[in-house]
Design a protein around this ligand. Structure first.
Ligand SMILES: [Zn+2]
Ligand SMILES: [Zn+2]
Length: 415
């Protein structure tokens, strides 16, 4: 029986490869996402995985683990094992990654098959298909929440969210994370989720509610309501999103194309009721003209922040977009105050269009203290800040990606 199944699978695979080779189109022309075959949720789910605790008794609810260990302790254990981090969630229309050659030693993130230049070795003999992919993010160091503000301003070479290449096996800090390689790169929650329904109920909630999800796939983000059940969407509290921002225009006054941004914000506002933290990396693509006219970008962002209840909202811009913007705000405030302050390169924008800049601390303080700000929390007006008198509903503007470091992920089609 076992060998029959293996032979059947091999034959299937051979057929798929033959069909693919016979297609006369060259590989490069077959890059379009096959959105019609996107693996959407069925209209009715065949099995309910998340039972209601009040109406169903679970088979293992009386086991020592679930019966004797208090729920708070189980929650703490799950939080340490699978929560409180930065995770990748991705759905891509790609070839499978090629199997790893026997004996080859890899150092890539998740042990993905990559070449010496850290490009993925895709198995192009197998046609592209939609593939879910996830991992822990190793673009950042452990405890990045504590160190990120410092890193952000003092180490410009550390990749920003828009330059994240974990999906392609290329992460800067795999070695800095504790655990055994390559399993430490993976979330590793599937065994727990599949062990029993009670474990699933508690584990899946910690997974979605306590982690920050990094998403950069356009098709995934725009189709979230068709891809994830509503109870998972409503558990998501924190997101790190990469949104391409196409720039049109000539040498002066490039105009960003904002329809995609508006669509993203619409999905977040309508489908993620628990979202309280959002890091939105606007990754410039196209003209390098300066300055970029950002008013068309700020308008939907201002509207979005007023109709949501985000506690932390950061918008990063690629280097060549951010720098002229920062200089303009800095000069405007200097002109108002008739004083040039030594400021930190980040800006708080109130939804009414006014700005607040953090300023460097006194020189007697150690360097870390000098550049310390309230980010990602809103600024405390008057405490190392200059600009508007009130920090109202608004968001941080910070420097993002190095221009042209990694290509934008554009799907050719989106719904
Ligand atoms: Zn890793
Ligand atoms: Zn990553």
């Amino acid at each position: 029986m076992k060998f029959k199944l293996i032979n059947w699978l091999r034959e299937k695979l051979r057929k798929r490869r033959r069909i693919h080779r016979e297609k006369d189109k060259p590989e490069d022309s077959q890059v379009e996402d096959d959105v019609t075959n996107l693996p959407r949720l069925p209209s009715t789910r065949p099995n309910v995985l998340t039972p209601s605790p009040s109406t169903e008794s679970l088979a293992l609810a009386n086991s020592p683990l679930f019966g004797k260990l208090p729920r708070e302790l189980r929650y703490d254990i799950l939080l340490r094992a699978f929560g409180g981090g930065l995770l990748h969630m991705d759905l891509s229309f790609v070839h499978p990654v090629a199997p790893i050659e026997p004996g080859r030693v890899l150092f890539s993130h998740t042990g993905m098959n990559t070449n010496d230049r850290l490009d993925v070795n895709w198995d192009t003999t197998v046609p592209k298909s939609w593939q879910w992919w996830s991992s822990v993010c190793h673009r950042v160091m452990p405890n990045y929440e504590k160190t990120w503000s410092f890193i952000r301003m003092s180490h410009p070479e550390i990749p920003r969210p828009g330059d994240d290449r974990c999906r392609y096996g290329d992460a800067h800090f795999c070695q800095s994370w504790p655990g055994t390689y390559p399993s430490k790169c993976k979330i590793g929650i599937m065994g727990w989720l599949l062990s029993c329904r009670q474990a699933y109920v508690e584990g899946i909630d910690v997974l979605y509610r306590t982690n920050t999800m990094h998403m950069s796939g356009q098709t995934l983000i725009l189709n979230l309501p068709q891809l994830l059940p509503p109870q998972r969407l409503s558990a998501i509290t924190s997101l790190e999103i990469v949104c391409p921002l196409t720039l049109h225009g000539a040498e002066v006054g490039a105009i960003p194309e904002v329809n995609l941004l508006k669509d993203y914000l619409s999905v977040f506002a309508s489908c993620l009721p628990s979202l309280t933290r959002l890091y939105l990396a606007l990754k410039a693509k196209g003209s390098n003209a300066r300055p970029v006219d950002m008013q068309s970008v700020f308008k939907p962002l201002d509207e979005f922040v007023l109709k949501t209840s985000l506690k932390e909202f950061t918008v990063s811009h690629s280097h060549t977009v951010f720098t002229p913007l920062y200089n303009a705000v800095q000069n405007e405030i200097a002109a108002q105050h008739r004083h040039q302050y030594k400021t930190i390169p980040e800006i708080w924008r109130n939804a009414d269009g006014s700005y607040i800049l953090p300023i460097c601390g006194p020189n007697t303080e150690p360097f870390y203290k000098q550049v310390e700000t309230s980010w990602p929390k809103p600024p405390r007006v008057g405490y190392r800040t200059v600009g508007a008198d009130v920090a109202g509903d608004g968001y941080w503007l910070v420097e993002g990606e190095v221009d042209n470091y990694t290509p934008c992920r554009f799907s050719t089609v989106y719904l």
